[in-house]
Structures are given as structure tokens and as C-alpha cells.
Design a protein around this ligand. Structure first.
Ligand code: GLC
Ligand code: CA
Length: 562
């Protein structure tokens, strides 16, 4: 595989509205991000994925764009954006932009024009259908609940929106539309951005009349064309948000020979704690065996001709430590264990703001405190269907997107140092305990641990390129895997739960290349661990709650068989 700069990069996602407010109006902004670049440098990240900063009426917090070539008023100006790119570049940090081209805002000039008349030049930039038997054209559903069709009374046709009705879907069949999008992408590339995160990209090939939304027949043609016309000429990172990808599809996007994207961002493990066939709000316990198997499958199948993203949370997902760890008595241990589990795999790690200090989910007292359109729609829909308030709030607490969107906790001053004014979304009230100022001072902090994980990726080829093997796949509590590359090996163990466990490694002697019944005592190097006094790697390995250890060994000669 040809080496690329992003093979050992770590990406940090900034959700600008919640990162840092520089002018104290309660809303994060570009100058706020600029003021924290040194912090990000200290953490050690290479790339910032900036959630949308374009002009937007904020129905979906920027994922509804009304002007692709200008900046949202609350966030600053295009000049501020240029300064951000410059200041980041000075620190050797690259900026990638969120590219939201499956849909626009209904306030985009194209849509305002398009809805004026069937003859309008922009009409065909969107997807319009006549009523069928006096009602919606078909049963397509919006990802945010309800029908995907809304009647526009002006011209008496329905338009398609796979998200909120104020986010009309663009018609990628139209070459004029595609040309406009490519020009816009070039505009940003020429300003010095270093890539794109492509929002719900797997929807652009939709065929609504056949009820096909994800992975439509022309999807990969469009992406190849986009590559040819825009970023293929630049040395940049492109990552596709691909909810509907299998490993096979993941390779279509990310096999370098196909000239599509650098990598996929897929959600298979994210969908494992819901009831089968139902929505994310229909909670179910995590199937840990399936969870490990999913990681294995993606690691193995994309080993040679594809590239993965490694993440546990983002602006759409609950906080990883609350979801898969224990955000109470083992918050620190479990946050580090989860980070290790991800960062020791092959792919590009994505850290979502606040993850590096172990920020947690939030439980606001009632629905009035919530902001996110998806959560609010779900609340209204379910209450009207007769679900109890308790049940609906339980789903929101577990899966609501506002969990990830509470303001970044910088210090223990009012509003967590995010702003002196009441923020647009309430700060999690644990900010006096969990904040950057505190973490950065403590040598054994989650922040320090992430710094080390990031450094290790740069120094260890085996982390970048090693082959992955899952061990003890049926073990109900331990996540154990190896990586191997050019005679170097990693042995990664994670206790995924809050009790002491003992794992029997004797059955792994073949895999580890050991003789019969030998006590393994390895001349090991512990690369990183979340407890002090890591145990020796022996036949029986006792692990404390959420303990994780990464052993490195060069070759089998390092084993002392007693
Ligand atoms: C993506 C974004 C999400 C947004 C949706 C519609 O899933 O990550 O935040 O609501 O697309 O643009
Ligand atoms: Ca502000």
C-alpha cells in the first residue's frame, strides 16, 4: 500500500457552536477555535474536521446550508476563516471541511428560485414529484421521522427531503448541479483546506421512485467524477460518512486504485445497541460478541485495499465513555480503555471534542432544555403515539445528539469557561470536575493518555500498518487482539467491564508461537496501560476493572519459555 500522510494522522472533530465562544454571545465561533489551536497542538492532533461553518438558518445546526461560500454570521467572517486556516497551517494542523451536498437549506437561493415555478432554471436542482391519488408520491421516510415528501403549495408538487423538511435533497442526476458543487469545492481547496468530510454521501445516488436511498446505482460514478473534477488534483484527506456501508462497499469507496475517497466512516458497531430492525431510540443492551466481530471484520477486510476511520463518538452520537464505559466510578479507566481499543487498530482515529478529557452524556431535566431537531421530532412523534414521558426521555438520555453538543468544558469557571454568557445549550453540570484545565495539569489524566496514544501512532509502524487478529472472540468480557508487522507484534488486552477478570491465554500458545503448556513470561515492553504495575503476560492474566495493556514484542525469541 502506497504510504500517505494521513496514515499516521489523528483527526480532531470540532463542533464550532460548542467549542469556544470568543465574543461572549453564548455561541462558539471561529475566533474561539483560533484561540484554542495551541491546545490542540499540545494534544498532538494533525487534522481538524470542522463541522459546518457555512451560512445557515440552523435548523440542523449548520447541516442546512444556505450559502456554501460564506460563513455563518454567529461564527465570524470569511476573513476569520482564512485566519483560521493560516494559523492552523503555522502549527502544522490541516483543516478539513464538512461537505453537505446531499441537501441544502430551504433558504438556499437555488431552492428559493426552484420553488417559484416548474420552469425555473433551478427547478431541477431538487427532486419534485406529483401527488399520487391526492397524496404523497410514495412511502419514503425521513431520517428525522415522518414522510420524506412535503407538498410545496406554490407549484403543487412534492419535494424530497431525507432529513428535515427544511433540508430539501439535491438532484445529483443533474450535471449542472454537479458542476456547481465542484466549483464550490474548488473554491475551498484553493483557500487552503486539506480535505472534506462528506456528509451522508451514500445518499447522493438515490432513486426515490424505486425507494432506493442509500448506495444508489450511480453513487460511485458521482464520487469518481467528483474526485476527477476536484480533490483528485490535490493531496488531501477525504472521508465519507457511510451509514450503509458493508466492508465490500467500504472497499469501493476507499480502495486507492478506484480513485474515490481516502477512507470510510462507517457505523456498524454504532447500531448494535438497538432493537433489531428498529430505530436507534429503541434501546437494547450492547451485544459485545457482535461488537468485537464487527471490528474484526472491518480490520481484516480493509487490510490491503481500503482504509478505516476509528471512532466511538461524534456530534451525532452519545459520548463514548457513557455509552460503552462507566462514566461514574471508572470514568477515567474506561475512557482510556476505550481509546486504547480504538487507537491500537489500523485506520485513522477521530477524536471528538471533549473525548480527550472524558466528557460524558448529559441529563437535562425536561425536553425544554433540548435543542436538536432529530431529538425534538422523535419526542413529539412518540409522545403523540402514546409513549410515556419517562420512556421517551430515557431514549433521549441514551442516544440524543445533544449529549455530544453541550459546550466544551475548559475550566471550572461559570459555564465551564466556554462563554461568560448563558450558552445556546446548557453546559453539563459536571464541568467543575471534568474540564481541560484540570486534566492538563494531572500527569495521569485522560488528556495525557491521549497525547501518548497519538505519539505512539507516529513512532510505531506496527500501529499504522500491522495486520489485525482478534483473539478469544467468544470471551464475554475481554477484547483481545494482536497486530503484527515486519516482525513486530502488539498484544492488546482490554477488560471491557467493571469487574476483575482473569483470562486464560494458554489456549493462545499456538498463535503466540509457544511450546506446550509453557508459562508465558515475555520480555515485554508495555507500550501503554491505564493502571500502574501492569502484570506480566502469563498464561493467566488478571485484569482489574476496565484495565487495558498494550504489550509489544519483537519476535518469538523474546519469549522465555520456562
Ligand atoms: C449527517 C450529519 C448530521 C446531520 C445529517 C443531515 O448525518 O452528521 O449531523 O443532521 O447528516 O445533514
Ligand atoms: Ca460567539
Amino acid at each position: 500500500m502506497k504510504k500517505k500522510w494521513w496514515h499516521d494522522s489523528v483527526v480532531y472533530q470540532v463542533y464550532p457552536r460548542s467549542f469556544k465562544d470568543s465574543n461572549n454571545d453564548g455561541i462558539g465561533d471561529l475566533n474561539g477555535i483560533i484561540s484554542k489551536l495551541d491546545y490542540l497542538k499540545e494534544l498532538g492532533i494533525d487534522v481538524i474536521w470542522l463541522s459546518p461553518v457555512y451560512k445557515s438558518p440552523n435548523v440542523d445546526n449548520g447541516y442546512d446550508i444556505s450559502d456554501y461560500c460564506d460563513i455563518m454570521d454567529e461564527f465570524g467572517t470569511l476573513d476569520d476563516m482564512k485566519t483560521l486556516i493560516d494559523e492552523a497551517t503555522k502549527r502544522d494542523i490541516k483543516i478539513i471541511m464538512d461537505l453537505v451536498v446531499n441537501h441544502t437549506s430551504d433558504e438556499h437561493i437555488w431552492f428559493k428560485e426552484a420553488r417559484k415555478s416548474k420552469k425555473n432554471k433551478y427547478r431541477d436542482f431538487y427532486i419534485w414529484r406529483d401527488a399520487v391519488n391526492g397524496s404523497i408520491p410514495n412511502d419514503l421516510k425521513s431520517n428525522f421521522g415522518g414522510s420524506a415528501w412535503t407538498l410545496d403549495t406554490e407549484t403543487n408538487q412534492y419535494y424530497l427531503h431525507l432529513h428535515d423538511k427544511r433540508q430539501p435533497d439535491l438532484n445529483w442526476e443533474n450535471p449542472e448541479l454537479r458542476k456547481e458543487i465542484y466549483n464550490m469545492m474548488k473554491f475551498w481547496l484553493d483557500l487552503g483546506i486539506k480535505g472534506f468530510r462528506m456528509d451522508v454521501i451514500d445518499l447522493i445516488g438515490k432513486e426515490p421512485d424505486k425507494l432506493i436511498t442509500q448506495n444508489g446505482p450511480k453513487l460511485h460514478d458521482y464520487i469518481q467524477e467528483m474526485n476527477r473534477e476536484t480533490f483528485g488534483k490535490y493531496d488531501v484527506l477525504t472521508v465519507g460518512e457511510t451509514w450503509g456501508a458493508t466492508p465490500e462497499i467500504g472497499k469501493l469507496y476507499s480502495d486507492p486504485k478506484r480513485n474515490e475517497l481516502s477512507m470510510v466512516f462507517q457505523f456498524e458497531v454504532i447500531s448494535l445497541d438497538k432493537q433489531q430492525g428498529k430505530r436507534k431510540w429503541d434501546l437494547a443492551p450492547l451485544d459485545f460478541i457482535a461488537f468485537k466481530e464487527s471490528f474484526r471484520k472491518w480490520q481484516v477486510e480493509l487490510y490491503e485495499d481500503g482504509w478505516n476511520s476509528l471512532f466511538g463518538n461524534n456530534h451525532d452520537l452519545p459520548r463514548m465513555v457513557s455509552r460503552w464505559g462507566n462514566d461514574k466510578e471508572y470514568r477515567v479507566e474506561s475512557a482510556k480503555m476505550l481509546a486504547t481499543m480504538l487507537h491500537m487498530q489500523k485506520g485513522t482515529p477521530y477524536i471528538y471534542q471533549g473525548e480527550e478529557i472524558g466528557m460524558t452524556n448529559v441529563k437535562f431535566p425536561s425536553i425544554e432544555y433540548y435543542n436538536d431537531i432529530e431529538g425534538l421530532n422523535m419526542y413529539n412523534e412518540r409522545i403523540s403515539l402514546g409513549y410515556s414521558e419517562d420512556e421517551v426521555m430515557k431514549s433521549l438520555y441514551a442516544k440524543g445528539r445533544d449529549n455530544a453538543r453541550t459546550p466544551m468544558q475548559w475550566d471550572s469557571s461559570e459555564n465551564g469557561g466556554f462563554s461568560t454568557k448563558k450558552p445556546w445549550l446548557m453546559v453539563n453540570d459536571n464541568y467543575t470536575d471534568i474540564n481541560v484545565e484540570r486534566d492538563i495539569k494531572a500527569p495521569w489524566s485522560i488528556f495525557a493518555y491521549y497525547q501518548k496514544l497519538i505519539r505512539l501512532r507516529k513512532s510505531e509502524e506496527v500501529i499504522k500498518y500491522g495486520k489485525f487478529e482478534l483473539l478469544l472472540k467468544d470471551h464475554r468480557e475481554a477484547f483481545v487482539y494482536t497486530r503484527s508487522y515486519n516482525g513486530e507484534n502488539l498484544f492488546v488486552v482490554c477488560n471491557f467491564y467493571g469487574n476483575n477478570i482473569s483470562i486464560d491465554l494458554s489456549e493462545l500458545k499456538d498463535i503466540l508461537g509457544l511450546g506446550d503448556n509453557s508459562e508465558l513470561s515475555l520480555n515485554e515492553d508495555v507500550l501503554i496501560a491505564n493502571y500502574s504495575n501492569s502484570p506480566k503476560l502469563t498464561n493467566k492474566l488478571a485484569l482489574r476493572p476496565y484495565e487495558t495493556i498494550v504489550y509489544k514484542y519483537n519476535n518469538l525469541a523474546n519469549f522465555n519459555i520456562k
